[in-house]
Design a protein around this ligand. Structure first.
Ligand SMILES: Nc1ncnc2c1ncn2[C@@H]1O[C@H](COP(=O)(O)OP(=O)(O)OP(=O)(O)O)[C@@H](O)[C@H]1O
Ligand SMILES: [Mg+2]
Length: 641
């Protein structure tokens, strides 16, 4: 052997060893007819035949029965022979009959003269890779079906520019677009025009890029232009290098939850507000009630003082001044009591249009020439149930507020309309029919903070001594006490509308009964039992009665009054306070009616908390009362002689 031959042999040998060592590929040769003529270890490993078993056998046995019947082995060789190469993937059989997924290359081998010597065949077992690919494909398919099938969430993809690239059933249901209508379009069209103008769509994608996620709630638009409250999550989709190749967007329609939440917030806010007003009302009412009694004592004593003092103009002026101040105090406490709903509501069916028209002159006088009043009432406006006298005061307050808001003058419109309240949130009113009286001005309006506090007692933006801040509270109190509501709407510069909602009624209007004439008995001196737990008031009442020439017995409680009554058969009349601890004036009156039938009892009351029933029929004296009112009452209840 020459060195050259040695080298050649060893080189051939090296190839054989190399081919043999390759365990991952079956590398073997076929003769021109397809009979196996060599076999490497890879071929043995995954086809299962030892070289001795297979060399000399036809290669078609590696093919499945179907492929053999189809003539695939011969076709493969033919292709390799004519085109130089055959390449395919397909199922092949192992020795044990099991299948594997093979990637096959067959190359024709020719001598330098071009004669076909045979074929080189390289086969790879791709079963695992194929299984993995298949699993991936199936999982992707399942995932796609899953995403497609979800109808409660809009799940879709955007390309890096924000154009829609996939669309599921939920997206179609929630947003209203079919896939062919929306794929390829920019996602900004789901946003409201305002949000688009502010650049919200782009901003949300910028946030995803920067922070890796975007999560928000907001109003979005459906295809038909209606809005829904959307909970939105956007995630980036990245390739293996981390580049963003799109966005995954999940949107939920949370409109119902949002509306329920809003309603709840509103209700909570309203409840808080009404609790606050209730608490302020309690305080105001308590203070006002005590002040009312004090002022009554002051006024009563001043009245007597004036009579008994020498006729000196200087002294008289001082007493007049004190009386004037005390009267102002009385009107303040009256408004406070009205706010606290502690003023009597003499409810009646009221023809609103007639009442307002009847006030026209009075209004025009209080408003001045620069302010015009327009009245608009439909002819069929139902009657409202409220206290007509207090309604007049309330309306006067509203138009004066309107005037104050229009220093340059303007027009105040007073209108009425019928309205029904029902459904979920009624703003604290019972469902039913209402009359809504609106007082609208074109004045300066209120900012949010002022509007929120406008009905609080003592809240005023008018200068010291200009406003008491008790106007709207009084109107509010009347509305609430009537079973309605005061609603204010205002914006700075856009004027104010105050709406007074009052329950509608089908009752007939009762003509005001003129106060009964006196019997003339008031001039006759008698013995009167005065009852009040407040000594100041008691002294004042007793003083006024004595000044009228009566004999007065004083009792500081109902129990003491009963005691006196039982020992004093000469008593002609009882005048008693109502709100007293232990036993009220009304209860006292009931016992008196049992023990001394026919003995007149007058109830002095400061506010409306008088029980219905028998006591409702008792003659009533509203606190504070002066001597004249006291005298008139006596004249009414005492039988003439
Ligand atoms: N029509 C209106 N336009 C603008 N602001 C108003 C209007 N009505 C009420 N307000 C605001 O509400 C506040 C409270 O009103 P409210 O009637 O209770 O008290 P007032 O008018 O200040 O005092 P008073 O009624 O005792 O004269 C006012 O000071 C004002 O700031
Ligand atoms: Mg006012």
């Amino acid at each position: 052997m020459t060195t050259d031959e040695q080298v050649a042999v060893s080189e051939e040998e090296r190839y054989r060893i190399l081919v043999d060592a390759i365990a991952d590929y079956a590398i073997y040769m076929l003769d021109p007819t397809g009979v196996v003529s060599s076999w490497n270890s890879g071929a043995q490993r995954f086809k299962g035949y030892a070289p001795a078993e297979i060399i000399g056998q036809h290669f078609s046995r590696f093919y499945t029965e179907e492929d053999r019947a189809d003539g695939l082995p011969a076709r493969a060789l033919h292709t390799a022979a004519t085109e130089g190469r055959f390449e395919a993937e397909g199922w092949r059989l192992r020795k044990d009959g099991t299948r594997f997924w093979a990637s096959v290359v067959i190359d024709a081998i020719r001598d330098p003269a071009g004669r076909l010597l045979g074929f080189a065949k390289i086969t790879r077992d791709l079963t695992e890779r194929r299984a993995a690919q298949e699993a991936l494909r199936r999982s992707e398919e399942q995932f796609r079906l899953l995403v497609q099938g979800v109808t409660d969430y809009a799940i879709y993809m955007l390309d890096p520019e924000g154009r829609v690239s996939s669309w599921n059933a939920g997206a179609e249901r929630i947003k209203g677009y079919r896939p062919d209508e929306i794929i390829g379009r920019h996602f900004s069209q789901f946003y409201t025009p305002e949000d688009r103008e502010r650049g919200e769509p782009q901003r949300s994608l910028d946030i995803v890029r920067r922070e890796g996620r975007f999560e928000r709630e907001g109003w979005r638009q459906r295809k038909d232009g209606t809005r829904f409250w959307a909970s939105v999550v956007i995630d980036p989709i990245r390739d293996e290098r981390g580049e963003i190749i799109g966005f995954a967007k999940v949107t939920r329609d949370s409109t119902e939850r949002k509306l329920a939440q809003d309603a709840l917030d509103q209700a909570r806010e309203a409840l808080l507000q009404s609790r606050k007003m209730e608490a302020i009302g309690q305080l105001t009412g308590g203070v006002a009630h005590d002040f009312n009694n004090l002022l009554m004592a002051v006024l009563g004593s001043l009245e007597l003082l004036r009579k008994r003092l020498p006729d000196d103009p200087a002294i008289r002026r001082l007493v007049d001044n004190a009386t004037h101040g005390a009267r102002r105090g009385v009107s303040l406490t009256q408004r406070m009591l009205a706010f606290a709903r502690r003023q009597e509501l003499k409810a009646a069916a009221v023809d609103i249009a007639a009442l307002v028209h009847g006030m026209a002159d009075l209004m025009q006088r209080s408003l001045g020439a620069a302010v015009a009043v327009e009245m608009r009432f439909p002819p069929d406006l139902p009657r409202a149930r409220t206290d007509p006298e207090r309604l007049e005061t309330a309306l006067l307050n509203l138009v004066i507020n309107a005037r104050d808001a229009m220093p340059q003058g303007g027009t105040i419109t007073i209108s009425g309309r019928a309205a029904s309240v029902g459904g979920a949130w009624t703003g604290g009113m019972l469902p039913g029919d209402y009359v809504c009286i609106a007082v609208t001005d074109t004045g300066e309006g209120m900012d949010e903070a002022t509007l929120a506090r406008a009905t609080e007692p003592f809240f005023t933006t008018k200068g010291v001594g200009q406003g008491t801040g008790l106007g709207l509270p009084m109107v509010h109190g009347l509305a609430e006490q009537s079973g309605g509501r005061l609603v204010l709407a205002s914006r700075p510069g856009a004027g104010t509308t105050a709406e007074l909602w009052l329950p509608a009624t089908a009752d007939d209007i009762v003509k005001a009964t003129p106060s009964p004439a006196t019997t003339g008995a008031e001039a006759r001196p008698m013995t009167i039992l005065a009852v009040d737990d407040d000594t100041l008031v008691l002294t004042s009442t007793a003083g006024m009665l004595e000044d009228l020439g009566h004999r007065v017995l004083e009792a500081a409680s109902a129990a003491q009054a009963l005691d006196i009554l039982r020992h004093e058969p000469t008593i002609d009349l009882v005048i008693t306070d109502h709100a007293m601890p232990q036993m009220t004036g009304a209860e006292l009156a009931r016992i008196v009616a049992g023990e001394r039938p026919g003995l007149p009892v007058v109830l002095a009351t400061g506010f409306a908390e008088l029980p219905a029933g028998p006591a409702a029929g008792l003659p009533r004296l509203a606190k504070p009362f002066d001597q004249e009112e006291l005298q008139r009452m006596i004249g009414r209840v005492m039988p003439p002689r």
